[in-house]
Design a protein around this ligand. Structure first.
Ligand SMILES: [Cu+2]
Length: 199
């Protein structure tokens, strides 16, 4: 084999390694990253999940959602028809109080229905007032910070009729007060939060 043969083999090997690394990188980046952990649903799928599951009752006048036992709750982030875009909507109620019986496993399906902003959904033991960047303090766990129980990554805004969503489950094993909020800078500060009462 002459030197051009070796050169050819070297080039083929180089390109192969490059392709393999690219594939691993892209797969990891799109499928494995914690902040990419969401799917998309269309309008009819959204309508299908946005109903009260067994054990869930709503009081519009009291802005309260009652959950008796383990259940599923669909949470809409950034409803465009709300007085403020910094809102959650659960079963037609803006930033409702959620009352949960102790020991319940709640599966939240969080859907970003906003057409121009990212949102997330965080369960915390700390209530308002929230600072501009509550997420940083929750993550750091610094003293006087905001204890967080569970959180989703940021969901991108609606795009071409597709809504980003993710699921998050939490077992409310002890009685007390929790809060749900969006930690996108400024959102919780501007009112994107609600109370959870576990009894
Ligand atoms: Cu938000």
């Amino acid at each position: 084999m002459n030197r051009y043969g070796f050169l050819g083999i070297a080039v083929v090997l180089f390109i192969s390694v490059l392709l393999i690394f690219s594939a691993v990188y892209l797969w990891g980046g799109f499928a494995g990253g914690s902040h990419e952990n969401y799917g998309f649903m269309n309008q009819s799928e959204l309508s299908a999940i946005n109903t009260a599951s067994p054990g869930v009752n709503v009081s519009q006048e009291n802005s309260t959602v009652f959950v008796n036992g383990s259940a599923h709750l669909a949470v809409m982030a950034g409803p465009m028809n709300a007085p403020s875009m910094y809102s959650f909507e659960i079963l037609g109620v803006i930033n409702p109080e959620i009352q949960i019986t102790r020991g319940s496993d709640i599966q939240f399906t969080v859907v970003n229905i906003d057409n121009d902003s990212y949102h997330n959904f965080v369960l915390s033991t700390s209530g308002p007032p929230y600072p501009d960047f509550p997420g940083m303090e929750m993550m750091s766990g610094s003293s006087g910070g905001y204890g967080y129980a569970s959180m989703t990554g940021y969901l991108p805004p609606e795009n071409n009729g597709l809504y980003a969503y993710t699921n998050i489950s939490y077992n409310f094993s002890s009685a007390g007060i929790y809060w749900y909020l969006c930690t996108y800078p400024g959102h919780a500060q501007d009112g994107m939060f609600g109370k959870i009462l576990v009894t």
